[in-house]
Design a protein around this ligand. Sequence first.
Ligand SMILES: *Cc1c(COP(=O)(O)O)cnc(C)c1O
Length: 341
Amino acid sequence: MAFIEISKDNYQHNIELLTKKAGGKDRLMVVLKDNAYGHGLEIMAKLSCGFGIKRAAVKTLEEAKKINFLFEEVLILADHPSCELQDSSISFAVHSLEGLKKFPQKSSLHVNIDSGMHRNGIKEDEIQEAFKIIMKNNLNLKGMFTHFRSADELSSELYWQNKNFNRAKAKAKELILKYSLPMPKFHSCNSASLLRRNSCLEDDFARCGIATYGYTHVHKSFGQFDLKPVMSLWAEKLSTRSLKKGDRVGYGGMYELKCDGDVSTYDIGYGDGFFRHNGLSELLLEGRSVCGRVSMDSLSFLGDENKICLFKDAHYLAEKFNTITYDVISKLSPSIGKVVV
Ligand SMILES: *Cc1c(COP(=O)(O)O)cnc(C)c1O
């Protein structure tokens, strides 16, 4: 069976690098959404908990319920309001005033402030209204946050958005004091902004996903970061056949043998979240060329090895298929087995 190898040492290395920048283990929220970017939700939750991390973020309530016993708080980033009261360790991100009104009393919430990305979140001039709803409905405001749209790009937009967030924060703090509400946690940095700014400065913690898994797309001019990829992807042999020069392999017969030799087929394909390479160009994986097209459940290579590594670093595939490392790793099927080494 195809499997993903998780390097515990590399994960620990990245977490330590990031906690140092954030200013401590209680100032880093690990982002475990989308099956921990393909690495396995429960595995990465247990590892990060073992390294002393207290906060995690996921996409859905279903994900949160699987791991909240390991953390002080699990923040749900992108699910719909729940009409049932959840455990107090589970918090929801709130993306609009309308959404805020749907939560039952005592729900733990983090209100998202739109500081310029215009994807989700309430506007600065809606903060007062938000506090009124929070008080009227007896909601538990645990945090206020924003998300940056261009932290990894070579532009000053990060500073513009940060200024907007700081202004919203000041306004919120004023109202919190006025209404004698408990002070929520403020947070804004993702991986790119934490790496780029080297701290999460005025915030209470940073929310990091991609860098914990060993990648960054921060523009080179902001520095080189010693991150180590956590995942490597492997496939196992299904069968081998000896073929003659001129024989062609796979759909469309896209690969033609240049001399007699063995061709083996391995148990991963685009149905497992790997790329459907069309065979028109060379796809070189850890030094080996894929023979022709990738099928839904398999792909072929010259030779007869029992297992082969498809990647140890997702950058090459991201570049080859004109995408980003996030896309390569998070699309891998959750059903691929995981081995922690
Ligand atoms: C996914 C996500 C993050 C993590 O971003 P990375 O770039 O992977 O560090 C942080 N905050 C929010 C709101 C997100 O959706």
